[in-house]
Ligand binder design. Sequence first.
Ligand code: SF4
Length: 385
Amino acid sequence: MQHLYLHVPFCRRRCTYCDFSIAVRKRIPAREYVDAVVQELRQGLTDPGRKPRDPGDSEDGLETIYFGGGTPSLLPPDALATLLTSVRDVFRLTSLRDAVEVTLEANPEDVTLETATAWRRAGVNRVSLGAQSFDDRVLQWMHRSHDAARIAAAVRTLRDAGVDNISLDLIFALPAELERDWARDLEQAVALGPAHLSLYGLTVEERTPLARWISRGAAAPPDDDRYADEYLLAHSRLAACGYRFYEVSNAARDGCRSRHNSAYWSGRPYRGLGPAAHSFDGAERRWNLAAWEAYRRAVAAGRSPVASREVLNDEQRELERVYLALRTDAGLDVATLYRPLPSSTALWVDRGWVEVRNQRLVCTPEGWLRLDALVRDLTGCATTS
Ligand code: SF4
């Protein structure tokens, strides 16, 4: 089974907290982008040792396709359709049956009946909407370009177009001065009945507007207590509404987990296309040039767009394996640990931070708040998260 990620780097403007590798553009260079990614895909430029039509690339071989960004919904629908046709061709799929999970990250303001219908026709069957909050004041502070009403309208429109598998992204732990009502935002999100929710605590990244505001005292720095309170509130509210946290930041109704992201968390190989996209073949991880122009020029010249590669040593692999396993509700098989369980594990269990189920260590919500410390205890290594 294979997992394909396509990074679409364009955004209309930069959000307050965002340090992603994006290209802010009024006009989206859709044709240049499609040409570059299709060329990378067809020539296997990031993967010169492996021809795109190797036997592993059979119809049954592709399980998920994920358009992430940036803002993939800024691509014109025909550009998206061209990309999916090329993927189908290279992977020899007769059609993009719904057996392949095809996710598009979208901003609410880009969802119209016309675009959503065209996405669905092209093969998209899952949309991850960047909602972030249902409070217009908060959305303006974040420098988002939609208002709260647009989120509900986008969900209705997606369903009208035949896309029922909808995920909403929300951000919590915002500065106190915003007086954001997190419980109300959760209620409004749940009222829309999404299949899936992704909840991210606000982090302050260097060289973002938010970091500058904090450094000059115009915004409060992150507050760990607020983070913990809001995280735990989300767990109790969403559990009461039929959602299960299957990963530290992700909750879903039964049968609606993200298959693409689950592949990352279980350490399966994936292939990334586009600027800044990462790939992993089971041993080596590599990533493309992050800047759009540098990526485009490399591909156009027939050069590999890979910026760098790494192979993890045994200790790094073990650290990553433990960390990824504990992020999920499947937890960590104790028998696979290289070292005996440390004595502190009993304390973690006593305090209700981890549970032992069928020889597996599984984090509780309180444990997920302390994930780095737990991984440090179990492996004796510092985490990098
Ligand atoms: S839309 Fe997403 S990728 Fe673009 S600036 Fe905002 S947070 Fe960053």
